[in-house]
Design a binder for this molecule. Structure first.
Ligand code: ADP
Ligand code: 5GP
Length: 203
């Protein structure tokens, strides 16, 4: 059976990357969609694992070739999701996690209305600022830009199917895990409520 498409968004510094690493280590059958970006790598980031790091020309060429399921400019850099990578993983029956911003989430909801969307929210603005600064990977200017964008991103929360507050890490990771597992058990129905398909293993 085709895997689920799972959109995960959060204001920068909320802890999304940290939670996703936990989830990837705990759950089988999950694939993380590795995005393309023009942002320079942070220390510890690996090309092909965290992102495909490309220059602007490479990004634009792929975009113009319709290689992206969605793409957006976020905090001054380009980011995009490879259409082929997502389709291949889903066809293998894996649930595909899309770590994308609110603009990308809007595009994927349009292109794939069956996608499930989850918003990870910070427990407070103060804590989010503390985490961004504490991460120690971004300049003061970059942090200020990301904080300024955070409130606008938060305004999109109502468009998501689920919201998980990342206060205590273990609790948040368990909640996200629960949502992903529940979606695997969900029946699929058409607009009239008639069943389309049953979860794997049910006949
Ligand atoms: P994002 O991917 O959302 O930008 P990160 O996963 O890089 O955020 O996390 C930002 C910082 O906050 C990191 O230093 C991380 O260790 C820390 N962090 C993440 N989750 C929590 C949490 N629940 N409590 C305290 N610190 C956290
Ligand atoms: P970062 O630079 O901190 O890794 O990511 C910045 C923002 O870009 C995050 O909100 C992240 O979800 C988003 N992002 C990462 N990859 C993609 C992508 O492929 N498409 C879109 N639209 N956003 C992305």
């Amino acid at each position: 059976m085709t895997g689920n498409l799972i959109i995960i968004s959060a204001p920068s510094g909320t802890g999304k990357t940290t939670i996703l690493k936990q989830i990837m280590a705990r759950l089988d059958g999950l694939a993380f969609s590795v995005s393309h970006t023009t942002r320079p790598p942070r220390s510890g980031e690996e090309d092909g694992r965290d992102y495909h790091f490309v220059d602007k020309e490479g990004f634009v060429a792929l975009r113009d070739d319709h290689g992206f399921l969605e793409w957006a400019e976020v905090h001054g850099n380009f980011y995009g999701t490879s259409r082929k990578e997502v389709a291949d993983r889903q066809a293998m029956g894996q649930d595909v996690l899309l770590d994308i911003d609110i603009q990308g989430a809007r595009q994927v909801r349009q292109a794939a209305p069956e996608a499930i969307s989850i918003f990870i929210a910070p427990p407070s603005w103060q804590e989010q600022e503390k985490r961004l600064k504490g991460r120690g990977t971004d300049s003061a200017e970059t942090i200020a830009l990301r904080l300024a964008n955070a409130r606008a991103e938060m305004a999109d929360v109502d468009f998501y199917d689920f919201v998980v507050v990342n206060d205590e890490l273990e609790t948040a990771a368990r909640m996200l895990e629960a949502v992903i597992l529940a979606m695997r058990a969900k029946t699929r129905r058409d607009h009239n409520g008639a069943p389309l398909s049953l979860p794997e293993g049910v006949s």
